[in-house]
Design a protein around this ligand. Structure first.
Ligand SMILES: [Mn+2]
Length: 335
């Protein structure tokens, strides 16, 4: 039987231009998989890969990952799919991708999520639902093709596997463990530590403390209004910081920078999806979406306007965020 990596590489013409597309609001697994495939097709096919994403790269960890490993991604809103000879979708399947590419063809899908029924033909699909991460599949491609894995690529893949499997404690397959062991000695562990434990600037701690004093708790949800910020990264960081709070399953943290309101949502409660709640609550106002346990929205301040009133106050933002989120989450028991 032909090896999967051989079948994949057959779909990539020599010297071609390839769009490596992640899902919306890409997580480390999606980013790492696209980044490592970019390396593979460059080595094997002299092909030029561009990593495309849409939505939000919200977490400080993800931003640090891009920064430290020198991973470049482009927002696909500004990309013409016609420019590319091939489009490869990683860590996702159409339907999860949404509409921004219109009906552009997909040539390859590499994923580990449950198979979604759909129309549309591809050249090659490798969907392994028993795997804990797409990074594991891509690691196997690199190994099977005899491609060397540089430290940056190993570090990205290792981080992808770690986050998607919660350090091999969730839905991990033997293949994930094997990929992990292969990558571990090749990775830059110092960089990995810096990605996993981004430093917490003192002004972020200040903002966290202020927001906590004015917290609003509704059942198992805690709303934290950070107010005006100079750097929107503080918002997801504070949301992560308070998530372990006792009796709290949800953190909804928000703030305003210039003419934009940023909202980060985290949840511990695996029965409900943060991404769905955020999408439901805010998608008519701006960008909104995410995953089961973490989600984000980026909304123009103007979308908070109250009829004829000229300015949008922080108080108004808080009321809208809390009101809409409680509605969306179907929880009306406010404290
Ligand atoms: Mn994944």
């Amino acid at each position: 039987m032909t090896k999967p990596v051989t079948q994949f590489l057959r779909c990539i013409p020599k010297g071609s231009r390839v769009l490596l597309l992640t899902h919306p609001n890409p997580d480390p697994d999606a980013i790492a998989s696209a980044y490592a495939l970019r390396h593979l097709i460059k080595e094997k096919k002299q092909a030029m890969g561009t990593i495309g994403y849409w939505g939000v790269v919200g977490r400080k960890e993800n931003a640090t990952m891009l920064d430290l490993l020198g991973i470049e991604m482009v927002e696909i809103g500004g990309v013409d799919p016609g420019f590319f000879d091939r489009i490869v979708l990683v860590d996702s399947q159409p339907g999860q991708v949404g509409e921004p590419l219109g009906d552009a063809r997909l040539d390859v899908i590499i994923d580990h999520h449950p198979v979604k029924p759909r129309n549309g033909k591809t050249r090659y699909e490798d969907i392994r639902v028993n795997y804990g991460s797409t990074a594991t599949i891509v690691t196997e491609y690199l190994r099977a093709s005899g491609t060397s894995i540089p430290p940056r690529v190993s570090t990205a893949l290792l981080y992808g596997i770690k986050t998607d499997t919660l350090l091999l404690s969730r839905e991990a397959d033997e293949a994930d463990v094997s990929a992990f062991l292969h990558l571990y000695p090749l990775a830059d562990l110092k960089a990995l530590r810096r990605i996993e434990r981004p430093s917490f600037p003192l002004e972020h701690l200040d903002a966290a403390a202020r927001a906590f004093r004015k917290r609003r708790v509704c059942g198992n949800m805690m709303f934290l209004n950070i107010g005006r910020v100079n750097n929107e990264n503080v918002i997801p960081q504070v949301a992560d910081f308070y998530l372990p709070a006792e009796e709290i399953d949800w953190i909804i943290c928000f703030g305003k920078r210039g003419k934009v309101v940023y909202i980060s949502v985290r949840n511990d409660n695996r029965r409900r999806s943060a991404g769905r709640a955020v999408h439901h609550a805010f998608s008519d106002m701006g960008k909104a979406g995410g995953h089961r346990t973490m989600a984000a929205a980026i909304l123009p301040v103007d979308s908070f306007r109250d009829g004829h009133r000229k300015s949008v106050t922080l108080q108004r933002i808080e009321e809208v965020v809390i009101g809409r989120f409680l509605d969306a989450a179907g929880n009306s028991t406010a404290e």
